[in-house]
Design a protein. Structure first.
Length: 325
């Protein structure tokens, strides 16, 4: 077919290969960086499909100027980088890649939790520096997991998977959900649905999995940190802007909470001043879905969504289904 597809970053070949089998033109951003707004605007023109990343701002102007655009296939679960309203108004389908990255992201949340509470990064630095002088009874004391309370903010697929992994430590589970009760967590773990204030006050560990929206931006700020235990740890593999990062830096500097583990940031890839100087935070470069298997599945899913739309078929992962009506 004469379809013209642009992929905004290099992705695993599985998805690229199947697109090349059915599309005349499949081009990939040759640079190992996100495109600028101007570059993205230029590349979107005359394309039938765009396979995009969370770092790509697909705004109303771009969507309006892309005369042939039929689908924006986002290579992520989230899609707050896309002006879905503008896409819907123009009849452009928007898709995402849910489900396939649930386990890898939940695993990453636990990796961050373990790293910060057992001070793994600090220990690694100490050992590499040559300052490790042997076992000492008070060296780098961390925290325990068994019997503690885990609070889940956003009990969707990933939040549920994160909570389910707590069974080995016999943890008490609290969760906050903006939509409905989570029957799986309640029935299998005895989890309790609570409001945000209760979750913050009672949790030893808090893990963020809620999508970013007007309601959830800066959901965790100065007031919320004041409610948390001084021994509490905050983990975020969801969206950076759910946390007021300046307030987080203040909370960590002043020991209002014990520590944090972050995989996402408010103004990614920029970090708020002071964050990198702190030892009680573990900072990962957005690695939630970064496994070979998961990224390959995401590549295939995004490509299959594109192929379905170009063939006038319903994609499996449409986030604006009213376009299909």
């Amino acid at each position: 077919m004469t379809w013209n597809v642009f992929i905004t970053r290099q992705i695993p070949e599985e998805g690229v290969d199947i697109l090349k089998k059915v599309c005349q033109t499949v081009e990939v951003n040759p640079y190992d960086r996100p495109l600028t707004c101007g570059e993205l605007l230029k590349e979107a023109k005359n394309r039938d499909a765009m396979l995009t990343m969370l770092s790509d701002r697909m705004d109303a102007r771009l969507i309006q100027d892309a005369a042939n655009l039929k689908i924006i296939a986002n290579y992520a679960v989230g899609y707050d980088n896309v002006d879905v309203r503008a896409a819907t108004a123009k009849g452009v389908i928007v898709t995402n890649t849910p489900g396939v990255l649930t386990d890898s992201t939940a695993d990453m949340a636990w990796a961050l939790l373990f790293s910060v509470i057992r001070r793994i990064v600090e220990g690694d630095k100490l050992t590499r520096s040559g300052k490790f002088g042997g076992w000492a009874p008070m060296m780098l004391l961390g925290g325990d997991l068994v019997g503690k309370t885990l609070g889940i903010i956003g009990a969707g697929r990933i939040g549920t998977a994160m909570a389910m992994r707590s069974r080995g430590w016999n943890m008490r589970i609290l969760y906050m959900s903006q939509s409905k009760r989570n029957a799986v967590l309640e029935e299998m773990l005895g989890a309790k649905r609570v409001d945000l204030e209760t979750l913050l006050k009672e949790s030893d560990f808090i893990s963020i999995h809620t999508p970013l929206s007007e309601k959830t931006k800066h959901l965790i700020g100065a007031q919320e940190f004041s409610l948390m235990k001084r021994t509490a740890y905050l983990i975020n593999t969801g969206r950076g802007a759910v946390i007021d990062e300046e307030a987080l830096v203040y909370a960590l500097e002043n020991k209002l909470i014990a520590g944090a583990g972050l995989d996402v940031y408010e103004e990614e890839p920029k970090l708020k001043p002071g964050l990198t100087a702190l030892d009680n935070v573990v900072l990962a470069p957005h690695l939630g879905s970064a496994t070979v298997e998961t990224r390959a599945k995401m590549s295939l899913m995004a490509a299959e969504n594109i192929i379905a739309v170009l063939n006038n078929q319903k994609p499996d992962n449409c986030v604006n289904p009213e376009v299909l009506a």
